[in-house]
Ligand binder design. Structure first.
Ligand code: EPZ
Length: 422
């Protein structure tokens, strides 16, 4: 088994290049099946969730090749609708996008309820509400969701919850439905806009993505295209926080600063300087202790829930007491037990964590509870005095391309080390 071994205390200095957005890629790759001919998708991150999604597409009969790093050629002329083995779909949450794509393309889809990070209930009732509004019949048996329809017809759908997955899945199910679909109370994340732009590059008619009302006029046919995925907002935010947490000076390249505004704002609230370039942000921290602040997660353009563990870790050594409110997921503070092992002083009460800054964290053996909690453990190790080992790093590999190379490139003392199975 492998772990990360980190010796903390180094200030990060230098430049990091950001990869393509995981949560855009995981919707765009299955959406390429609509073309029924070759799509060239660029800036695809080399992460295990993408590898799993590619395996699923190949299982369905798509040809998927990688002519060069970060580029996928996806040709779906020979795909066939067949139930996807549970062991494939349970590995990642985004497998549910196959429901929207296969329902739209073949009017029939069966997908095992998705896996992915566990932080409380992760229902898909809003996805099902959307499919049914379009005319599908949806049944769930033995944790497998099946959706069937004679025909799909455009409809108006009000999402009871602002849901990234439901917004994207209904968009996918509606692109070839007969007539106009209106999604209200839609999520507005950058990856939703990216999916809409990709679909439109294939000939779809999706308008309003990025606002809370998205209109999709169904089209008969779609075609191949060449498309480049946006930079990963959360990967960039993770390294921004790592730079601030170690008192460093790091320029993060290949970003869209507008996508990072809420993260930039919070890092500045902590007294850290952020200089925005056209496609970069530079984080200049005058020292290790930041100012305490209050942060509450919310759907875009609010502070991203996927940045909550990383930012809470930064706050562990701030001057004063900070408040972190998790308002998207109902149980996303599990990682705090790991931070306490390193000397963090945190009280959790329901959706709120109260963090009283300590002088420094102390290195310790910790585990990644999920993808972003794992990234938070890496940041904690970089901040701490002494040695930290992070276990369960396969969860981190799901969403961070070349994390070791990117961090050692700015002076971190971190390595991936093989250990005998305990
Ligand atoms: C996506 O998950 C991301 N995953 C998550 O990122 C991210 O945390 C989340 O969006 C919020 O931004 C992918 O894109 C693969 P939601 P998703 O539907 O779509 C409730 C990461 O680290 N809800 O926006 O599953 C739900 O319980 C991962 O990259 C319903 O009630 O999230 C939650 O409270 C972790 N019914 C809230 O909505 C539904 O049908 C937001 O969930 C769907 C969701």
């Amino acid at each position: 088994m492998e772990k990360f071994v980190i010796h903390g205390g180094n200030k990060l200095n230098g430049e990091i290049n950001i990869s393509g957005a995981k949560n855009a890629a995981l919707a765009i790759i299955p959406a390429a099946l609509f073309a029924r001919e070759e799509c060239r998708v660029e800036n695809v991150p080399d992460i295990s969730d993408v590898s799993t999604m590619i395996k699923i597409l190949k299982y369905l009969g798509a040809e998927v090749t990688m002519p060069e790093k970060g580029v996928l050629l996806i040709n779906s002329k020979n795909i066939e609708p067949r139930p996807i083995p549970d062991e494939m779909t349970r590995k990642l949450r985004a497998s549910y996008y196959l429901l929207g794509v296969l329902l739209s393309e073949f009017k029939s889809a069966c997908v095992a309820l998705p896996g992915g990070c566990y932080f409380g209930l992760r229902p898909i009732d809003q996805h099902i509400k959307g499919f049914e509004a379009l005319g599908a019949t949806v049944n769930t048996e033995k944790a497998v969701v099946c959706a069937q329809a004679q025909e799909l017809y455009g409809s108006s759908i009000y999402l009871d919850v602002v849901s990234v997955g439901a917004t994207m899945n209904v968009m996918l199910a509606a692109v070839k439905a007969k007539g106009l679909t209106v999604i209200e109370n839609a999520a507005r994340e950058p990856h939703i806009v990216d999916l809409a732009n990709f679909l439109n590059s294939m000939g779809a008619d999706v308008r309003g993505a990025g606002t809370e009302v998205i209109k999709i006029r169904g089209v008969e046919n779609m075609h191949g295209c060449t498309y480049s995925i946006i930079p990963d907002q959360i990967e960039a935010g993770t390294y921004m926080v790592a730079a601030a947490a170690t008192g460093g000076d790091v320029t993060i390249n290949n970003v869209i600063p507008k996508h990072l505004e809420s993260i930039t704002n919070k890092i500045e609230d902590c007294g850290v300087t952020v200089i925005e370039g056209d496609e970069s942000v530079r984080i200049i921290s005058e020292g290790r202790r930041c100012k305490a602040c209050r942060v509450k997660t919310s759907p875009h353009p609010g502070f991203p829930t996927d940045m909550q563990p990383q930012f809470a870790t930064l706050l562990c050594t701030c001057n004063g007491t900070s408040t972190v409110v998790e308002d998207v997921w109902d149980n996303r503070f599990k990682y705090i037990d790991q931070l306490r092992r390193m000397g963090a002083n945190i009280i959790v009460n329901g959706d709120t964590a109260l963090i009283t800054g300590v002088e420094t964290l102390n290195g310790a053996p910790v585990e990644a509870d999920d993808l972003r909690a794992g990234a938070a453990m890496v940041i904690a190790g970089l901040m701490a005095d002494g040695e930290t080992t992070v276990g369960n790093i396969k969860l981190i590999d799901r969403g961070y391309e070349n994390l070791i190379e990117k961090l050692t490139g700015v002076g971190a003392d971190i390595a991936r080390v093989k250990f005998e199975e305990e």
